[in-house]
Ligand binder design. Structure first.
Ligand code: HXC
Length: 259
């Protein structure tokens, strides 16, 4: 249990809960705790899926501007590596991850949500990359993960302008996967990943790694990654259980062990 980041596990779903009032500003301490939380949920076989959540009011208003304001190049060169490593630890959680976004997800807050596989937004949520208004650019993956998700011109619009995007616009540009009433954000995110509890964990891990790694390489290399992951799954109990169950009882009835 960290000072500002807690991990709560219920029914095989872990919630990584940010709790640093008022705005969940992501200072260096929080970033370290996020990395620890990501490591914990990645390693825990009792966790099938993960929710990133900032509470009912705000997801995160970005890196802590008050902490950064007086830093120089040498300080930030070193800190930014740790920040990116912390967020990459979230992106590499080998399980389905959903960000449950209430209120603001700005700057590093949106970049953290971009490390999830899916984003559920409350209808009054606002997201954006306002770093340009501070005279900087996104430094925790925004210039890389955002264009990969929504395309370069839409990403450049957000990064160049720093404007806030409503939940409705985020949905239309593919930045949100669902928009729900504010009070239902957490439950909707939970419902989105609850289906993975009791799922074929090794196949889900392989699917996530094949998609994410494949997006970073050329098509031939991506296909080779897929082929190797695909073949490897024939060493799992879940492949045997899944196919035997189909033959005996039809589709979708298998019980998986996650091994
Ligand atoms: C530090 C922050 C903060 C932040 C808000 N606060 N955001 N403190 N870092 N990112 C503080 C305010 O100073 C204020 O403190 C309190 O939280 C409430 O904020 P208000 O501005 O009074 O609230 P409101 O008017 O509702 O506006 C909310 C807001 C606005 C729209 C979220 O605060 C805002 O624009 N925040 C900055 C967003 C931003 O620029 N994010 C990008 C950061 S750079 P007091 O003590 O006065 O109550 C970044 C780079 C990532 O993320 C990569 C780095 C390597």
């Amino acid at each position: 249990m960290g000072e500002f980041v807690r991990v709560e596990v219920a029914d095989q779903i872990a919630t990584i809960r940010l709790d640093r009032p008022k705005m969940n500003a992501l200072n260096a301490h929080v970033q370290g705790e996020i990395a620890e939380a990501a490591g914990q949920v990645s390693a825990d076989p009792a966790v099938a899926a993960v929710i990133l959540y900032g509470g009912e009011r705000v997801f995160a208003a970005g890196a802590d501007i008050k902490e950064m304001a007086d830093l120089g190049y040498a300080d930030m060169a070193e800190r930014s590596a740790r920040l990116q490593a912390s967020f990459s630890a979230v992106a590499q959680i080998p399980k389905p991850v959903v960000a449950a976004v209430t209120g603001y997800a700005l700057g590093g807050g949106l970049e953290l949500a971009l490390c999830a596989d899916f984003r559920v937004l409350g209808e009054s949520a606002k997201v954006g990359q306002p770093e340009i208004l501070l005279g900087i650019i996104p430094g925790a993956g925004g210039t890389q993960r955002l264009p990969r998700l929504i395309g370069p011109s839409k990403a450049k619009d957000l990064i160049f302008s720093g404007r806030h995007v409503t939940a409705a616009e985020a949905l239309s540009m593919g930045l949100a996967d669902a928009v729900v009433p504010d009070a239902e954000v957490y439950s909707a995110a939970r419902a989105m990943v609850a289906r993975y509890a009791g799922g074929p964990a090794m196949a889900l891990r392989a699917a996530k790694q094949a998609v994410d790694t494949g997006l970073e390489v050329d098509l031939g290399t991506g296909l080779e990654i897929e082929r190797l992951q695909f073949a490897a799954l024939f060493a799992t109990e879940d492949q045997k259980a899944g196919m035997r169950s189909f033959i005996d009882s039809g589709p979708g009835k298998a019980t998986f062990t996650g091994r």
